[in-house]
Design a protein around this ligand. Structure first.
Ligand SMILES: CC[C@@H](C(=O)O)C(=O)SCCNC(=O)CCNC(=O)[C@H](O)C(C)(C)COP(=O)(O)OP(=O)(O)OC[C@H]1O[C@@H](n2cnc3c(N)ncnc32)[C@H](O)[C@@H]1OP(=O)(O)O
Ligand SMILES: [Co+2]
Length: 150
């Protein structure tokens, strides 16, 4: 696998509203997107943009995620980390099917099917115990004009 762009850092939080206030008032974030529910993933999501090397707001995003419902995949994480915290890293790849095959060939445990993530592109997760303790999301790079569905 060729390491791609770090698209986002997933940050679990018990309260997106509180985290938005933190990133705005303490960290000085200037571009915070409107939160939305992603029911298929059992999370409420809010993206916070950061600047890239050129100063434009095209850097790695912070992905704030709050549990949506009791059966959310975040329930266990927040039970162990009540304040929330760093939950996953998401790297882009040019071809999601190829990346999945490569992880499978290495014996890495893929968590569930490839599905459409918060950016509207296909994603899958790799188990933290096979990734040096880091839950890892792999995401196909968004392409203009491309449209994916589950
Ligand atoms: C917003 C949409 C989307 C996007 O497009 O960006 C998202 O990012 S959605 C994000 C939420 N979705 C997911 O996390 C899906 C994948 N996750 C899972 O399948 C599970 O959460 C899990 C990783 C398999 C954990 O499942 P869980 O039922 O919580 O199991 P345990 O609590 O028993 O954990 C097992 C083991 O793994 C450790 N763990 C759990 N979560 C993490 C983590 N985020 N980072 C590192 N380690 C983690 C946990 O501590 C347990 O370890 P031990 O106690 O040593 O056994
Ligand atoms: Co994510």
């Amino acid at each position: 696998m060729k390491l791609g762009r770090l698209n986002h850092i997933g940050v679990a939080t018990p309260s997106i509203a509180d985290s938005i206030a933190f990133y705005r008032d303490v960290m000085g974030a200037t571009k915070i997107h409107t939160p939305f529910d992603l029911e298929e993933q059992g999370v409420k999501v809010c993206f916070v943009d950061t600047p890239g090397a050129d100063g434009a707001m095209n850097g790695t995003q912070i992905e704030l995620i709050e549990p949506l419902g009791e059966n959310s995949t975040l329930a266990g994480f927040l039970a162990k980390n009540p304040l929330g915290g760093q939950h996953h890293l998401c790297f882009e790849v040019p071809d999601i099917a190829e990346a999945r095959s490569e992880f499978e060939a290495l014996g890495k445990r893929i968590l569930g099917p490839t599905r459409i993530g918060a950016h509207g592109t296909p994603i899958f997760f790799v188990h933290p115990k096979d990734m040096g303790g880091m839950l890892t999301e792999i995401m196909e790079t968004p392409r203009e004009g491309a449209h994916w569905s589950n």
